[in-house]
Design a protein around this ligand. Structure first.
Ligand code: NAD
Length: 283
């Protein structure tokens, strides 16, 4: 059994990203992300700070646009379009949740898909579906794929159970896996026999948000288990969706929580900004 640490994946990615940023800088392209915030939601502020720190650590320039909590949809869209059109901005990170008067669906249709590094545009989801190389998949499922690549698993023909079917994790992950020729089963709250579906799988990825959902009985010996879940337990500590202590000994590879998928996600965002800068100005 090998515990796959997110930090090892991040280290590998950071080295590549710093080199790529230096290469772009040498050509006069300065990768830049705009973090857009409406109001003063503390979780948005905290998330924005964390993202900025990660982006800056690979040499990406971060600029900010903040708007009052009560901005109207019309005024916000007018400002957002200016950011969209700003040639110095390569990636846009819109912090959510947004105040109730703002229509996120409409905004997601306005964002330039080429700058949509956090994957809110339906065009990006379509690109993920057809396996287009210029897509920005949502960061968390891509983090799962980076971990799979770090381990060195060839997904061709592999039996994969994905537990969770949300638009941000489970569904796009299904498509990313399918694009690599895996045979996937998408499980969700209405799945009748989760044990049987998981037991069948060589790789189980869990993103359900339910502490202890995956137990020893779900996992076949030699399987790889990737835990996306983040739950605050009764002990006030962070736990995944997998009963790690029971499951780990029978796995070939397993990711911990914390210190697994979550730590890779923000590095994927940085990779997306660099990719956006490259696609916008190198071709
Ligand atoms: P969500 O609530 O939008 O979706 C949960 C999915 O799991 C749904 O499809 C639901 O049907 C399924 N599900 C719930 N209970 C189930 C059960 N008992 N059996 C089978 N399926 C079940 O959640 P989400 O946004 O996809 O997030 C899932 C988890 O991943 C959460 O714990 C979240 O905190 C975590 N997460 C982690 C990261 C990261 O970077 N590590 C990023 C996003 C989300």
């Amino acid at each position: 059994m090998t515990v796959v640490k997110g930090a090892d994946v991040v280290k590998e990615m950071m080295e590549e990203l710093r080199q790529e940023v230096a290469r772009l800088e040498a050509k006069g392209i300065h990768p830049c992300a705009k973090i857009v915030r409406v109001g003063d939601n503390p979780s948005c502020i905290a998330y924005g700070k964390g993202a900025a720190k990660k982006l800056e650590s690979v040499g990406i320039q971060v600029t900010y646009a903040t708007f009052p909590e009560d901005i109207s949809q019309k005024d916000f869209l007018a400002e957002f379009r200016k950011i969209n059109e700003d040639k110095d901005v390569h990636g846009i990170l819109l912090l959510r949740p947004l105040p109730a008067q703002l229509d996120e669906k409409e905004i997601s249709r306005v964002i330039d898909p080429r700058k949509d590094v956090d994957a809110i545009s339906p065009i990006n989801m379509y690109k993920v579906m057809i396996g287009d190389d210029t897509a920005f998949p949502p960061c968390t499922p891509e983090a799962v794929m980076r971990i799979i690549d770090h381990i060195g698993i060839d997904l061709t023909g592999k039996k994969v159970a994905i537990v969770g079917a949300s638009m941000v994790v489970g569904r796009p992950l299904f498509l990313l896996m399918l694009n690599r020729n895996a045979t996937c089963v998408q499980c969700h709250i209405y799945t009748k026999d989760l044990v049987a579906e998981c037991k069948h799988a060589e790789i189980i990825v869990v993103a359900a948000g339910k502490q202890g959902l995956i137990r020893l009985e779900h996992v076949s010996p030699g399987a790889t288990v990737i835990d996306v879940g983040i739950n605050i337990g009764e002990d006030d500590k962070i736990h995944g969706d997998v009963d790690f202590d029971a499951v780990a000994p029978v796995t070939e590879y397993i990711t911990p929580v914390p210190g697994g998928v979550g730590s890779v996600t923000s590095t994927v965002l940085a990779a997306h900004v660099v990719k956006a800068a490259k696609l916008l100005y190198e071709n």
